[in-house]
Design a protein around this ligand. Structure first.
Ligand code: C2E
Ligand code: CA
Ligand code: CA
Length: 593
């Protein structure tokens, strides 16, 4: 007999005992917090009446009353998202007269979905034959929702609802394993939106978020069921295409078609244009098969590199990773290494190119950086500044230049021949935009005691500078200390005039590209003349760089240019040579005007 009836005193009066026991069982069943169903143990697939008993909790939980369920099949609880595999397992258990424990998504009478923990077991009669099934059903919806929330937090990107980096890497790892078995190709697409930063800058982050969500939706429409898309941070998405066939040609053909569909589907999205986004992006693609020679990180890196290549080639395009890129990447890494070593071992030096007036008198100099490599010799900034700018190394290099310039000005201040010498330094926009720029520069000036009035910062045009109000604030703060600003490479950008209008420059530096053909091109003469007039009318100092010949110089003097920098006077000079020129302006290196 059951333990329950052994342990409870049911007043041992024959005849009453069974009735009491039954009454007790009844009460327990009726008061249970779980739904309890008892149905006839017929073959599971037979239609017709099945349920013979349902407790009250069942009605409360499901909304089905006694008439609805008695004589019916528990199948009435199933709905569109009830998992078929779970149902198949249940059926298998029933067929084998096995106890069953499953979690299943069922539906209430009003259509609302809810999770149940099912505990089903067969009930034998006195002869040991199974005659009924008992099904105890617990509502576990809350727990399931909590689990889902934990899963979402751990594996989904909250903004777009897409799998996050962690889940994506898990899937990629699984795909690589599967592909090793099936010998199928897969592809990894690395997507980066073009000029997305402008959306955030111009329209604010809330609009930026809308664009990111809409991109997630549109990209999802372009891929096939079974492919995975993920946002792995910022405006970067990554897509995993699986089962692309067993040869690389087919795989690249399918991948290219999908990537092209993505590119074209976006150029039409008016909504994004309204949000200030160009609607274009760059896609880098890396194909992979199951071969074990590349790690998961390798594949992601390759797609990333290909994406950068797509950016370099003009954006709004797709680019497959190839060996050439691999080589270029290795080379880039070794050049980055050189920059790191240069910082560590102090291989950088400043050269000084004199800036002179109409009479050839030196008024100051532009500091131009060089990298003196122990085996490669002297490297010009054109070979490493762009690389430094594309990594964060420009910050350290920029700091070094500022420190050197301040120390130099402080040293010159102690000697009569040098004390009035101005010094211009080039400041990368990225460096200028850093939050610490002003503090750092003022700190160095303070530390060295250099006179800020002798320091000029050369900035080149960049869209992000005019867009950001901080640029203006920073310039105003620094100008209060007497620091001057020069607009470098004037005329080569696309918004020179906006620049001059919005930012308080002191000097305008005409780019040497207008000087090269000055003697042959009337257009260049007109542009230079107009620029000089404009600069003067705005009260700016005008200096021309890249002046190489006497003819150019004469034309410029006639046009009213006040200051000059170029080979016709001096090349950039090492410190000692420059100081020699300042001390004794008539030595041989100075060329006659
Ligand atoms: P930039 O600011 O336009 O500097 C002028 C460049 O023109 C220098 O090249 C200079 O050597 C060269 N130059 C001077 N006179 C003549 C001439 O008569 N004819 C010709 N054809 N060229 C002339 P450099 O030193 O190779 O510098 C190249 C660029 O590297 C600079 O262009 C500047 O943008 C960048 N740069 C140099 N030093 C620094 C630095 O300390 N920091 C940063 N961020 N950039 C720097
Ligand atoms: Ca410059
Ligand atoms: Ca320049």
């Amino acid at each position: 007999m059951n333990l329950l009836f052994h342990n409870i005193d049911l007043h041992d009066q024959d005849g009453h005992k069974l009735a009491l026991a039954l009454d007790l069982a009844n009460r327990i069943i009726e008061h249970s917090n779980d739904s309890i169903l008892i149905s006839l143990a017929e073959p599971i697939d037979r239609p017709g009446p099945r349920v013979v008993y349902a407790n009250e909790t069942f009605s409360k939980q499901t909304g089905y009353n006694q008439e609805d369920i008695i004589g019916n099949n528990p199948r009435i609880l199933h709905g569109p998202d009830t998992d078929l595999a779970t149902l198949a397992r249940i059926r298998k258990g029933l067929a084998a007269w096995q106890p069953i424990r499953e979690e299943v998504l069922n539906y209430k009478k009003n259509g609302e979905a809810f999770w149940q923990d099912l505990n089903i077991f067969p009930l034998p009669n006195a002869a040991g034959e199974f005659t009924h099934w008992v099904s105890i059903q617990r509502d576990i919806t809350e727990r399931k929702l909590a689990e889902q929330q934990i899963y979402d937090l751990a594996f989904l990107d909250p903004l777009t609802g897409l799998p996050n980096r962690r889940l994506f890497y898990d899937r990629l790892r699984q795909t690589l394993l599967n592909n090793a078995r099936s010998e199928q190709y897969g592809a990894l697409l690395y997507i980066d939106l073009d000029h997305f930063k402008l959306v955030n800058d111009r329209k604010g982050h809330a609009t930026g978020d809308l664009v990111l969500q809409s991109v997630a939706k549109q990209l999802s429409l372009c891929i096939r069921a079974g492919d995975t898309i993920s946002r792995i941070g910022g405006d970067k998405y990554i897509i995993l295409l699986d089962s692309l066939g067993k040869d690389s040609e087919t795989a690249s053909f399918i991948t290219e078609a999908i990537a092209k569909r993505m590119l074209s589907s976006f150029s039409l999205a008016q909504e994004d244009i309204d949000h200030g986004w160009s609607g274009t992006f760059s896609i880098g693609i890396s194909l992979f098969s199951g071969d074990q020679s590349r790690t998961l990180e390798d594949i992601v890196k390759e797609a990333d590199l290909a994406m950068y290549q797509a950016k370099t080639m003009g954006r709004n395009r797709l680019q497959f990773f190839d060996d050439e890129m691999q080589r270029a990447n290795l080379e880039k890494n070794s050049r980055i290494d050189i920059l790191r070593q240069a910082l560590e071992h102090n291989w950088f030096v400043l050269y000084f190119q004199p800036q002179v007036d109409q009479h050839g008198t030196i008024k100051g100099a532009e500091a131009l950086i060089r990298l003196q490599h122990p085996t490669l010799g002297t490297l010009l900034p054109g070979t490493f500044i762009p690389l430094a700018e594309s990594t964060n190394l420009i910050m350290q290099i920029g700091h070094w230049v500022i420190t050197q310039a301040c120390q130099q000005l402080a040293l010159w201040a102690t000697q009569a021949a040098f004390m009035n010498c101005r010094l211009s330094i080039n400041v990368s926009i990225k460096q200028f935009q850093h939050v610490d720029f002003v503090t750092h520069l003022l700190g160095e000036l303070n530390k060295t005691g250099a006179n800020p009035k002798l320091l000029t910062l050369e900035l080149t045009e960049s869209l992000s500078l005019t867009e950001s109000s901080h640029a203006l604030e920073k310039m105003l703060v620094l100008k209060q200390h007497g620091i001057r600003f020069s607009l470098d490479d004037f005329g080569t950008g696309f918004s020179s005039l906006t620049y001059l209008k919005n930012l308080p420059f002191d000097e305008l530096k005409i780019d040497h590209s207008f000087i090269v053909d000055l003697t042959t091109s009337p257009t260049s003469v007109s542009i230079v003349q107009a620029t000089i007039d404009l600069g003067k009318s705005l009260g700016l100092t005008v200096i021309t760089e890249g002046v190489e010949t006497q003819e150019q110089l004469k034309l410029l003097i006639r046009a009213g240019c006040q200051f000059f920098q170029g080979y016709v006077f001096y090349q950039p000079l090492p410190l000692e040579a420059f100081e020699a020129q300042l001390r004794e302006p008539t030595t041989v290196t100075k060329k006659a005007v």
